[in-house]
Write a protein that binds this ligand. Structure first.
Ligand code: HEC
Ligand code: HEC
Length: 190
């Protein structure tokens, strides 16, 4: 009698255990399902956000020879502000560093009179111009015209340039030269 009761109790225990294990499994399963659903919703939302943000801002077009990092952008703006009022602004890469140095110091400017820049703009413009131009070779005279600049020639391999090349002629091949973009070319050069 007592043995029988004992076994019955054990069977009852087993059943109870099985039920609670099933419950535990269901709990974990739905818990995991919830995590997966929430995760994919969040990811979908993030992805939508990312692609939206991407399509809202078109990729920035690079118009100059080098990409200009943030710390030189103020210098570039000041350069454009001060050096593109009478003619288009030239990208620093077309002339050696020495030329830019002298141009910034000289108030006599190709027959025109310039108000030389003062600090702090002067130093910012100088940092921009000197960073994005190259040093002149020892055996070279400082060029003041693009026609005499090795670097200008080097940027135009095989291009038949007008002689002498003048500031007004850039736009004939670089349609966006007035926007400081020298990467965009007219159809015949593509
Ligand atoms: C007051 C008007 C004026 C301003 C401002 C001015 N320039 Fe000029 N720039 C001229 C004139 C005029 C010429 C000669 C154009 C010519 O002969 O074809 C010239 C020519 C040049 C040339 C020679 C280009 C070539 O190969 O013929 C360079 C380089 C130049 N300027 C750089 C600068 C820089 C750098 C600044 C800013 C510091 C500047 N300019 C601001 C009037 C100006
Ligand atoms: C006859 C057409 C022509 C004229 C005029 C011309 N360019 Fe160019 N320029 C080109 C072509 C083509 C290239 C591309 C050369 C290459 O990458 O092989 C180029 C390249 C350049 C680049 C390099 C752009 C880059 O990052 O790839 C600069 C800077 C530039 N030109 C500046 C000037 C300036 C400043 C003037 C005016 C003084 C000028 N060019 C006049 C045709 C011209």
């Amino acid at each position: 009698m007592s043995i029988f009761v004992k076994r019955k109790i054990r069977d009852g225990d087993r059943q109870g255990l099985q039920q609670s294990a099933e419950r535990e499994f269901k709990r974990q399963f739905f818990g995991l399902l919830l995590v997966i659903v929430t995760w994919s919703l969040a990811m979908g939302w993030l992805l939508a956000l990312a692609t939206n943000a991407h399509s809202a801002t078109p990729p920035v077009e690079i118009g100059t020879v080098d990409v200009v990092p943030a710390q030189y952008q103020l210098g570039q703006e000041l350069y454009l502000e001060n050096c593109s009022t009478c003619h288009i602004a030239l990208p620093p890469a077309v002339l050696p560093t020495q030329t830019w140095k002298n141009l910034l110091q000289d108030s006599q400017h190709y027959g025109a009179q310039l108000q030389p820049l003062v600090d702090p703009p002067r130093i910012l413009v100088w940092k921009y111009l000197s960073t994005f131009s190259r040093v002149q070779r020892d055996d070279e005279e400082t060029p003041y015209r693009l026609s005499n600049s090795r670097y200008f020639k080097a940027l135009h391999p095989g291009v038949k340039l007008p002689r002498p090349v003048q500031l007004g002629s850039c736009v004939s091949c670089h349609p966006s030269a007035t926007d400081y973009n020298f990467r965009r070319l007219t159809a015949e050069w593509k």
